[in-house]
Design a protein around this ligand. Structure first.
Ligand code: ZN
Ligand code: FE
Length: 757
């Protein structure tokens, strides 16, 4: 006879781990107990040595599908003489570090019951079990128990309670368990009409969608706005009411067959689409949905994940629906009922509302399968708040990210948790969302503010910076934006001492010299710090950050460095007045800001190729340019020279203008531009890596969402023996900044300020 004390860490709470342990112990006739502790699952086990070993083998190899075990710690203890095996009440100590499970899609078993008229949960939108259902979006406190979720207001009826207590049942200790008799319900409300009863409400909602109406639908982590994707009029009025001119809407396809018709899906993209996270997957469009993604040949598609979605389709909703985050313009997604009612009143014709409160907003995640595998564009539902890296920090760290695509990171006990997507910190709503997320994560993990290291972007005017400086923490650290990009990709791999050449290309970030950086190359490591060793040739940016929405305004600052410009007011350029106003600013020397932004260079190329109007969402002109390039086969690159630490854009832009004037196909020009950027950068890397005997190249920053560029770089660099690191666990755009800040902040903290960060 022996006895073990076992500690299991990872995503092990809220995924059916305790029932699994219970059943395993039962089959092996072992005694003892299991409980959810603050740092994971704790087990005390007694029995014959042989059975104990078998148990340990199966503990990892047969753990539940949604669980992710990262460590199992086993120690021998004295047997206490237990007669049976029990699931004990949770223990709560001072500082919990157990990982909270992301939300899970309804499982096959529950789906079968949901659609089976003989089942008592037939048509019930809150069906779930230990293998599926809400987690992060309902958890109010740790440990994960019903009393700590937004289901605490509902008691269990006898049937649910029996299932909850039966170790052989799939709902054994399923915290959000409910049924039509004891749980919350959905209702539909529109002007002058409230329809209660799940079935009637959902049927009416499906009907309204078919009639071309716009519905606000409460889902897992917030409200969606939905309409018939094939109804151009409905889509157009959704755009008008939502103040969203051109930014693509996401679609929800009824099932995988419908999705395959809507977009071209490779094996990996299809796997992603069907994975437990059920993200939005961007893929080449096969069908045209007018107004859904104007001028874009990709569509974002997801599959149903919450029971309410399956029920809508079962009730006759059209097979492809627009399902976009419910908000106005770029505000965060609405998730509280009162707030949704108020903010969406002018947008939605009707509301399909569920009674279960949402603990926090969690938007849909967005990914694309690219040259280096699946990459995040937005990391949120299904992934947050999962740990993405292990950072050797000496104390808890809170990193506040950047002002666009904001996320925050919390390092606790060495684990780096990255929050869901919070949004652009432009409005009051987003400011409040940031504060809520900070308070939420700190209180969930009971992190004391006084011992916290707070890390923020070096930009003095960022909202996140101002917010960071107001927090009552004793230690505060600023990290330069582009170094944080590089560190984010390294943090994913834990290669702290690895010497790399890091390429950080994006739209804008505050540079060491106070100018607008965005085309930066660094040498160094996270441990030793990063030195800026090269950059894009500087240009003047008339109007500063405001130029980001006007490609021709950015173009003025780059083009003024060229000789013999043609008349840009004439075809094929036909630049609008704004360009010439910007040239005036340049000549007068007022409101000029030096920049090395690669994003603005892409804007300039887009302007020269026909994108001379204002952009209506961030990155639009670069996406337009990339899609134009895709229409051409691979062509010879334009010259993009690297000399004395500077990438010179002048010959590149001269070549574009020359070819444009002589009437070359714009798609071919866009292609040669992309190849030119890739070749120029490759030459720079060969030079810089050669000098330092470095073989690892890091590519990060929003520009690397460009698949044409990534694929070209991969083709050029890999045959030369370089290892290329891109972001896989967090987005390469500013959504990944918080992770990079946390990593650099941690090492700065340990070294006490030796390296430039
Ligand atoms: Zn289930
Ligand atoms: Fe950035």
């Amino acid at each position: 006879m022996g006895a073990y004390s076992i500690k299991v860490r990872g995503v092990v709470q809220g995924v059916g781990f305790r029932p699994f342990v219970y059943r395993l112990a039962q089959t092996r006739r072992l005694t003892g107990w299991v409980l959810n502790g603050d740092s994971g699952v704790e087990i005390h086990l007694e029995g014959p040595e042989e059975s104990l070993q078998l148990f340990l083998n199966e503990l990892e190899s047969r753990s539940p599908a949604a669980a992710r075990v990262t460590a199992v710690q086993v120690s021998s203890v004295e047997p206490a003489g237990f007669r049976d095996f029990a699931i004990r009440e949770s223990e709560s100590r001072a500082q919990p570090t157990a990982r909270v499970s992301p939300d899970l899609p309804v499982c096959e078993d529950c789906l079968r019951e949901l659609l089976d008229p003989r089942d008592r949960r037939f048509g019930y939108p809150y069906i779930n079990c230990t293998n599926c259902g809400p987690r992060y979006s309902v958890i109010e406190n740790l440990p994960y128990d019903r009393a700590n979720t937004t289901m605490s207001a509902w008691g269990l009826d006898d049937d649910c309670s029996a299932q909850y207590r039966d170790p052989a049942n799939r709902r054994f200790h399923a915290q959000p368990v409910a049924c039509p008799r004891c749980g919350p319900h959905y209702f539909l409300s529109s002007t002058g009409e409230v329809i209660s009863g799940d079935e009637a409400a959902i049927r009416r909602a499906a009907q309204l969608l078919s009639e071309g109406k716009i519905l606000a639908i409460k889902g897992l982590g917030g409200y969606h706005l939905a309409c018939d994707a094939r109804n151009a009029e409905a889509v157009a009025s959704l755009r008008t009411r939502k103040f969203r001119k051109e930014k693509p809407f996401a679609l929800m396809a009824r099932d995988i067959d419908v999705a395959r018709n809507v977009v071209t899906l490779g094996t990996e993209a299809e796997e992603l689409l069907r994975s437990p996270a059920r993200p939005i997957v961007l893929a080449p469009a096969r069908l045209d949905f007018p107004g859904v993604a104007p001028g874009n040949d990709e569509l974002g598609v997801m599959l149903p994940y919450a029971p309410i979605h399956f029920l809508l389709f079962a009730a006759g909703a059209l097979e492809v629906l627009v399902m976009t985050s419910a908000n106005r313009s770029s505000e965060p997604i609405a998730y509280r009922d009162e707030e949704a009612k108020e903010r969406l009143d002018e947008i939605a014709d009707a509301f399909l509302v569920g009674e279960r409160p949402i603990a926090r907003r969690v938007e849909d995640s967005v990914l694309r399968v690219g040259a280096f595998g699946a990459a995040f564009l937005r990391r949120s539902r299904g992934y947050a708040p999962g740990a993405v890296a292990t950072i050797p920090a000496e104390r808890p760290i809170l990193a506040l990210g950047a002002d666009l695509k904001n996320t925050i990171a919390l390092v606790l006990d060495g684990q780096a948790f990255v929050s869901q997507h919070i949004g652009d910190l432009e409005h009051y709503e987003a400011h409040r969302a940031l504060a809520e997320t900070v308070e939420d994560l700190l209180s969930m993990y009971k992190v004391p503010l006084d011992d916290l290291l707070v890390v923020h972007d070096a930009h003095p005017q960022y909202f996140s910076t101002v917010y960071a400086l107001k927090l009552p923490a004793r230690s505060v650290q600023a990290v330069q934006h582009h170094r944080a990009h590089i560190a984010s990709a390294i943090a994913e791999r834990g290669a702290w001492g690895r010497e790399v050449i890091g390429v950080s290309f994006d739209g804008a970030g505050y540079g060491d010299d106070g100018s607008i950086w965005g085309g930066e190359i660094f040498a160094g490591s996270v441990r030793g710090g990063f030195e800026r060793v090269a950059h894009l040739r500087a240009a003047a940016l008339p109007g500063g950050d405001a130029a980001a929405s006007f490609p021709v305004q950015a173009a003025a600052g780059f083009l003024c460095q060229l000789d013999n410009l043609p008349d840009l007011s004439a075809p094929p350029f036909s630049f609008p007045l704004r360009y010439f106003d910007s040239v005036n600013l340049l000549q007068k020397g007022v409101r000029l800001f030096p920049t090395t932004s690669m994003g603005r260079l892409f804007d300039t190329a887009a302007a020269l190729l026909g994108f001379a109007r204002a952009t209506t969402f961030e990155g639009q002109s670069a996406i337009w340019l990339e899609q134009l390039a895709r229409k051409s086969p691979r062509l010879a690159p334009y010259p993009f020279l690297f000399e004395r630490g500077e990438l010179d854009f002048r010959p590149l832009l001269e070549a574009i203008i020359h070819d444009r004037v002589r009437g070359r196909n714009p798609a071919e020009i866009a292609q040669s531009f992309h190849q030119g950027i890739a070749c120029g950068l490759t030459n720079a890397l060969l030079d810089l890596c050669g000098r330092r005997a470095v073989k690892t190249v890091v590519l990060s920053g929003g520009v690397f969402q460009n698949e044409q560029l990534l694929a070209a770089l991969k083709g050029l660099l890999e045959p030369q023996g370089f290892e290329i690191w891109t972001n896989l666990a967090v987005p390469c755009n500013d959504g990944g900044i918080s992770l990079g800040q946390a990593a650099l902040g941690a090492f700065q903290d340990m070294g006490r300020g030796l390296c430039p960060i």
